[in-house]
Design a protein around this ligand. Structure first.
Ligand SMILES: Cc1cc2nc3c(=O)[nH]c(=O)nc-3n(C[C@H](O)[C@H](O)[C@H](O)COP(=O)(O)O)c2cc1C
Length: 179
């Protein structure tokens, strides 16, 4: 059982809706959380101290196919940005959907970590994504990891530019370059 699941009981009973206000996290190169803003603590239900230093998978929901994160990390390691629909688990076991946009954080052209901002998901799209992720999970259970990757790959965007650049620039000050 992952560290995230050992923290909480999955009830899947109640959906929380993200209002689209800035929700930001940063990690080190290994995916351990180094920064959370207030909106993220609110949505996750954890206190800041409970999140800092923990793997970002602390909020992973078991409905998420592994293929999504595998593609996310592959893209980040290539120095590119990734954007996709993610269902996250709150500390209380309830859940919320977001579009996560993750990008490498650069300091003097060296990758020093990753930064994620979120966008409000399109409600009609979530229905389709749910079906697709369920199919991808099924393929993973059958051992067809390539099939699962191919399925979810189409839902994600690589090098997506749909987030306003100023969101990164004002937040990250000098340390951050937009990919
Ligand atoms: C900046 C950043 C933000 C991330 N945001 C999330 C997130 O919101 N939800 C999530 O489940 N995983 C997120 N991840 C991916 C996790 O690090 C992890 O790969 C994923 O939860 C799968 O965990 P597992 O491989 O331990 O099962 C993020 C990673 C990075 C680098």
């Amino acid at each position: 059982m992952s560290e995230a699941l050992s923290q909480t009981t999955i009830t899947d009973q109640k959906e929380f809706f993200y209002d689209g206000l800035p929700m930001i996290t940063e990690t080190d190169l290994g995916g351990r959380i180094t920064f959370v803003n207030r909106k993220f603590t609110e949505m996750s239900g954890y206190a800041r101290e409970e999140l800092l230093g923990r793997p970002h998978s602390i909020i992973r929901h078991p409905d998420m196919p592994a293929a999504c994160f595998s593609l996310m990390w592959q893209t980040l390691h290539d120095g590119r940005s990734w954007q996709g629909y993610v269902k996250n688990c709150r500390k209380d076991g309830n859940f919320y959907w977001v579009i996560v946009h993750v990008t490498p954080k650069l300091l003097s052209d060296q990758m020093v970590g990753y930064i994620a901002v979120r966008k409000k998901p399109e409600l009609p799209a979530i229905g389709r994504i749910k079906e697709l992720y369920a199919k991808a999970k099924q393929l993973e259970e059958e051992g067809d990891y390539l099939g699962a990757k191919a399925l979810v790959g189409d839902t994600a965007r690589i090098d997506a530019q749909s987030f306003p650049q100023e969101e990164y620039v004002t937040y990250g000050a000098n340390a951050l370059k937009v990919m």
